[in-house]
Design a protein around this ligand. Structure first.
Ligand SMILES: NC(=O)C1=CN([C@@H]2O[C@H](COP(=O)(O)OP(=O)(O)OC[C@H]3O[C@@H](n4cnc5c(N)ncnc54)[C@H](O)[C@@H]3O)[C@@H](O)[C@H]2O)C=CC1
Ligand SMILES: CC(=O)C(=O)O
Ligand SMILES: [Mg+2]
Length: 370
């Protein structure tokens, strides 16, 4: 199979979808890997590392998309990439369709097979290709929150851990999955007062067992959210309903109950965000203010720590790229249920129920799991 790896073009996206070792594994199995020149530079990986591993280096993304049967990327195709998509080609990347109707329509029209990292789920319902980036973003959310709580960044001027004689910050984390647990772990390490909210009681039991005493694990309902919002200095949005638009847990009117200069980091923004006032931002202009509350809504947080994130992502994607290459796209999807669940579009039809429901589109049951 011909597999292509273009350079990422999203604003401040420094990840790349394949390591040189991935190229070598595929080349050793007889596949051709096209890598766009400079694709790895943001992650500190030079063209000669890829050449040594056996890739064919190509000058432009146009050539990658023209020749590759399977294109492997990190972020959803950007508008400049839409004209490059070819009918019958497969694209393996993050898509987050439910957050973006225009993207959904563009990919649907292009007739590519869209295989989404974020809906590849195992038998336990876990999301192994989302997990490492959620680990990164969860940890980063506290690092970024600490920064934007500083007064020069328009925050309240609060040090997360306080000092002897002065109270630490109160941190509210909405969603206790991978992002939430990683955020809580780092926040607790800073000595902040942390509340982590989830609707899954078994998950709360687990978190209560493993978290230190400065983390309260609470059931997420409207009243508890309102009580916690009153006292929060920092809020992290970390909820997910796989494939679907994130549920809105904080409405605009709630912002008025928050302290002036408090900070919201809405990590769930890639699925539309869980705060009514959230809108996507980028690393070069990450924040804006609504009702005196600082909002940070960067859709590709791990892109800023490209070196760490590229390794963490490629460690888990490569085995699936190998399966797709060895078996062929359709056979792999028929034989491997996690890959079937990752396919969001095929043959110009939506094959993911949550995406079809979000945009009221026809659902095709092509891979037998509607
Ligand atoms: N902005 C960025 O750069 C990044 C964003 N993300 C996003 O972060 C979000 C969270 O991802 P993960 O933690 O991996 O998901 P996860 O599936 O591990 O956790 C989500 C949690 O939300 C809980 N939840 C659902 N509805 C809830 C509600 N109403 N109240 C409280 N909790 C609720 C679920 O029970 C689950 O425990 C996703 O949208 C993911 O795509 C992940 C990585 C990077
Ligand atoms: C998950 C995601 O959106 C990212 O890593 O950028
Ligand atoms: Mg987007």
């Amino acid at each position: 199979m011909i597999i292509g790896v273009p350079r990422e073009v999203k604003q401040d996206e420094y990840r790349v979808a394949m390591l040189p070792v991935g190229v070598e594994e595929l080349a050793n199995r007889g596949h051709t890997v096209l890598v766009e020149a400079g694709a790895g530079l943001g992650s500190g990986l030079a063209d000669h590392d890829y050449l040594r591993a056996g890739c064919e280096l190509v000058a432009t993304a146009k050539e990658v998309f023209e020749r590759a049967e399977l294109v492997v990327k990190v972020k959803e195709p950007q508008e400049s990439e839409w004209p490059l998509l070819r009918a019958g080609q497969a694209l393996f990347t993050y898509f987050h369709f439910a957050a973006d109707r225009k993207l959904t329509e563009a990919v649907l029209t292009s007739d590519v097979t869209a295989i989404a990292y974020e809906t590849l789920s195992d038998a336990k319902g876990q999301l192994p290709l989302l997990t490492p980036m959620s680990e990164v973003a969860g940890r980063m959310s506290i690092q970024e929150g600490a920064k934007y709580l500083e007064r020069p960044q328009m925050g309240r001027g609060i040090l997360l851990g306080g000092v002897p004689g002065v109270a630490p910050a109160n941190i509210l984390i909405l969603g206790g999955g991978v992002v939430g647990a990683n955020a809580a772990k780092i926040a607790a390490g800073f000595n902040a007062n942390v509340a982590i909210l989830d609707i899954n009681v078994d998950r709360l039991r687990y978190l209560a067992d493993v978290m230190p005493p400065n983390v309260d694990c609470l059931f997420s309902d409207r009243h508890t959210i309102a009580e916690q919002l009153d006292r929060a200095d920092l809020v992290v949005g970390a909820v997910l309903i796989p494939g679907a638009k994130a549920p809105c847990l904080i409405r605009r009117e709630h912002l008025k109950t928050m302290k002036s200069g408090s900070v919201i980091i809405d990590v769930a923004i890639d699925q539309g965000g869980c705060i009514e006032t959230s809108k996507p931002t980028s690393h070069n202009d990450p924040t804006y203010i609504v009702d005196e509350v600082v909002h940070y809504c960067v859709t590709n947080m791990p892109g800023a720590v490209g070196r760490t994130s590229t390794y963490a992502l490629c460690n888990v994607t490569l085995p699936w790229v190998i399966q797709l290459a060895q078996r062929g796209i359709e056979s792999a999807a028929k034989e491997l249920p996690p890959l079937a669940r990752a396919i969001n579009m095929h043959g110009g039809k939506v094959t993911n129920a949550a995406v079809a429901e979000t945009f009221d589109l026809e659902l095709s049951d092509q891979f037998g799991r509607g």
